[in-house]
Design a protein around this ligand. Structure first.
Ligand code: SAH
Length: 506
């Protein structure tokens, strides 16, 4: 049996980029992850595939599991000889009951490590553009629970100390008790005109900020039914947001964008959109699966030394080629003297991870670019292996054959319709949380129509801005009855993102 070990990891306030390097490392080596409501669930992707993922969440005081049960579970899982990652929102030792969990570990004699995290008070304040201290404004900051029962006779909070002076006060879990909190501060001497900010879901794309004063924030929050989870920042520093606001006023802030590319291709577009502030809803309309028929590719792999060139045009091609190589009980050495051509920098990078430096990476990323580059090198009599997707255009095989090469082009992977649309995406569409749907290929819009039904598609996308890359994709949208509002002049993801920015800031 392996030795038990527990990592108590701060997941950071919400933006998955705000977990620490150490936190991610520990997640990557865990066998069990016990995660909270406030820990961004996207971080679970860092856990190894075999890891058991257990939700131990608490939603606004409604405990999914009681704390004692959580402690017992952590101990029990560790005693099975497992590495347990206890992933908690923000920092584990700031209102996170991490102290109690650690005590349980000590009592059970289980070794542990604590990985601090960016606590919500710090993360959400930064993303709201509010420095918690400022040389000219305030020199101290207090983190206070706002969860204490308002009718509690002997409050453990020293309201007088908090109220006097100019220190910034950050309340956690304080939304429900906001009227009592503000009343207490004013009753103990804070000026009613002290600025206050509520930051909900800080550091996430859906971050909401409400500002006011001690006198009116309670009423304002009530009017808009401001909901947890949020921190409440009280102090003069809140005024600095007017100047320092940066996160929730980006061009696509508050715009929900549907991305319909396949999961393995969406990353680049998603980060371009997120950089502009968009809330991205990933809805892959294409799944990539390995080809069931592998005889042709396996046959070619068995005779690799007879080939002059191996052409890999996508990361998928790299992955599935090497998968078959491994399945044949071979490794990169089997490629031997065969030259390797890669289309695009991502593909080249994927090839490098297998210890092979591509011999040719044409400047032009398209099939035409490879053909042009290879033509220069002379193709007559050359033997070429070109593992491809089932929907690849026939350009490479056809052109190189014309140039006198012998091209073996087995189908290595297939594009198929996914099983369905993720339920949370359906919900976002129904609740009109998506303002813009993007289509980067005809197949994306056709597949979406097939997945939800044509009529339903029109209904779901009613009032939604449609963006399409390229005239063919736009035509496919129109055929399905969709009006296309955004079509960039150049057919790249960067230009598409720019076009969205222009549209939504216009
Ligand atoms: N350990 C956590 C705090 C847990 S207490 C940390 O260090 O951040 C739960 C409270 O944290 C919530 O009620 C809310 O006040 C605050 N909180 C957590 N994540 C938040 C976020 N993304 N935005 C605003 N407040 C958040």
């Amino acid at each position: 049996m392996n030795k038990p070990f527990v990592y108590l990891i701060g997941a950071g306030p919400g933006d998955p980029g705000l977990i620490t390097v150490r936190g991610r490392e520990c997640l990557e080596r865990s066998d069990v992850v016990l995660y909270d409501y406030l820990a961004n669930h996207q971080l679970l992707k860092s856990a190894p595939p075999h890891a058991e993922l257990i939700y131990a969440g608490k939603v606004g005081g409604a405990h999914n599991r009681e704390q004692g049960q959580i402690n017992d579970l952590i101990v029990a899982k560790a005693l099975e000889g497992k590495i347990v990652a206890r992933l908690k929102g923000g920092d584990p030792f700031v209102f996170g009951r991490g102290g109690e969990e650690c005590e349980a570990l000590v009592a059970a004699g289980i070794p542990f490590e604590i990985v601090p995290g960016v606590t919500a008070g710090i993360g959400a304040a930064a993303y709201a553009g509010i420095p918690l201290t400022h040389r000219d404004v305030t020199t101290s900051v207090a983190f206070v629970t706002g969860h204490e029962h308002p009718d509690k006779e002997n409050s453990e909070i020293d309201w007088e100390k908090l109220s006097l002076g100019s220190g910034t006060v950050v309340f956690y879990m304080g939304v429900r008790n906001l009227p009592q909190i503000t009343a207490n501060l004013m009753a103990h001497g804070r000026s009613p005109s002290t600025p206050v900010a509520l930051v909900r879901w800080g550091t996430r794309p859906e971050q909401e900020v409400l500002t006011g004063t001690l006198a009116d924030i309670g009423e304002q929050a009530r009017k808009v039914s401001f909901k947890p989870p949020a921190i409440t920042i009280v102090g003069e520093v809140v005024r600095l947001r007017e100047t320092l606001r940066w996160f929730d006023n980006r061009p696509l802030s508050g715009v929900g964008v549907l991305v319909t590319r396949s999961a393995d291709q969406a990353g680049e577009f998603t980060s371009l959109l997120k950089d502009q502030g968009a809330t991205v809803h990933d809805c892959p309309t294409i799944s990539i699966v390995p080809s069931e028929v592998t005889t042709e590719l396996d046959g070619a792999i068995a005779t690799l030394p007879s080939y002059d060139w191996l052409i890999l045009t996508s990361v998928n091609a790299v992955n599935y080629f090497f998968q078959r190589l491994t399945a044949s009980n071979l490794d990169s050495r089997a490629i031997g003297r065969c030259m390797v051509a890669a289309v695009g920098p991502k593909t080249a990078e994927a090839i490098r991870t297998h210890g092979i430096i591509p011999d040719l990476v044409p400047a032009d990323y398209k099939a035409e670019g490879v053909v042009a580059a290879l033509r220069e090198l002379g193709m007559r009599g050359k033997k070429i292996l070109y593992p491809q997707g089932d929907r690849a255009r026939d350009i490479i095989r056809r052109e190189l054959t014309t140039l006198g090469a012998e091209v073996v082009a087995p189908v290595a992977y297939r594009n198929v319709l996914p099983d369905g649309i993720p339920p949370h995406i359906m919900e976002a569409l129904e609740k009109k949380k998506i303002q813009c749907a993007t289509f980067t290929a005809s197949s994306t819009v056709r597949n979406l129509a097939e997945l939800v039904g044509e009529n339903r598609l029109l209904h779901l996308l009613e009032g939604v801005t449609i963006a399409a890359i390229g005239p063919v994709t736009a035509a496919s949208c129109r055929e399905l009855g969709l009006e296309v509002h955004i079509h960039p002049e150049q057919y790249t993801l960067e230009k598409m993102t720019e076009a969205l920015v222009t549209h939504f800031s216009g």
